[in-house]
Design a protein around this ligand. Structure first.
Ligand code: PAF
Length: 277
């Protein structure tokens, strides 16, 4: 496994002609969710590149950029065991040098849902991912479905800009009690860890309602909201959208997906699930 700490080093990698390069972009502090993406990439690619970059452009000044968990040595040890070929670990100064002025914005879908409370977030994500794709030059990129909006925004970007990269969405990896794995779960203190399971419970309860014949989005959302409020967790949003374009739906069909964001104490967690299992 080669560790490349600068953009020119990564750009200079000469992949053998015809080899299929799979790419997993991460912000490090790897957990089983990330590792499942690496496994998917290893399975379907000839060469695998993982990037580790805590992207300042996707954090608002009030957010957790400085305290975002980092452990490069532990990340490398995990990736070593998984047949990763290259780890790209650039610095923020190199990614955004003085005078940097170019941003990518996927209109509309970047400003709903999580974009309401994090208005600049997806601009930062789209920009860094486009830069990473240009530098790494993969055929496929592997992303978790946990940030479903991110996945949709990046699929739209690659399609709109004719990047010719396949974006592969991979299933959410959960703890035994259903909590979606996330680097931010680390911030949950004391009883918040138990309270945090209410997102999963609200999603599975919504699935059950749909299976029992309830198809009115409004009613399903109201039940989910009640379940979350009963756990004393503060809802940011609960929406049912068409998973193909994030538009809100009134009646459930096979494309419907519930997306939730909520503050469990200080940490803001997100989760989602298709409503037609
Ligand atoms: O999902 C993440 O970890 C980040 O948003 C990503 C895609 C690596 C871009 O910084």
């Amino acid at each position: 496994m080669q560790i490349l700490c600068s953009i020119p080093e990564m750009q200079a990698v000469n992949y053998p002609a015809g080899s299929k390069v799979g790419f997993v972009p991460t912000m490090g502090y790897l957990h089983e969710g990330h590792l499942s993406l690496v496994d998917a990439a290893v399975k379907s690619s000839d060469l695998v590149v993982v990037s580790i970059f805590v992207n300042p452009a996707q954090f608002a000044p009030s957010e957790d950029l400085d305290s975002y968990p980092r452990d490069f040595d532990r990340d490398l040890a995990l990736l070593e065991k998984r047949k990763v070929d290259y780890v790209f670990f650039p610095t923020a100064d190199e990614m955004y040098p003085p005078g940097y002025k170019t941003w990518v914005e996927v209109e509309g879908i970047s400003h709903i849902l999580c974009g309401n409370t994090r208005p600049e977030h997806f601009k930062g994500v789209s920009t860094v991912v486009l830069k990473l794709l240009n530098i790494v030059r993969p055929q496929s990129m592997y992303m978790g479905e946990k940030d479903f909006q991110q996945l949709t925004v990046l699929q739209r970007m690659t399609q709109d800009l004719n990047l010719g990269v396949d974006i592969i969405g991979c299933p959410i990896i959960r703890e035994e009690d259903g909590l979606a794995k996330s680097s931010r779960n680390l911030y949950l203190k004391g009883k918040e860890r138990e309270q945090a399971t209410c997102l999963y419970k609200a999603l599975t309860n919504s699935q059950k309602l749909v299976a029992a014949g309830e198809l009115a989005a409004e009613k399903i959302i109201a039940a989910a909201e009640q379940l979350i409020l009963d756990s004393l967790v503060k809802v940011d949003y609960i929406k049912i959208v068409d998973g193909r374009d994030l538009s809100e739906v009134q009646d459930i069909d096979e494309h419907s997906r519930m997306l939730i964001a909520a503050w469990v104490g200080k940490p803001r967690l997100i989760d989602n699930m298709s409503l037609k299992a």
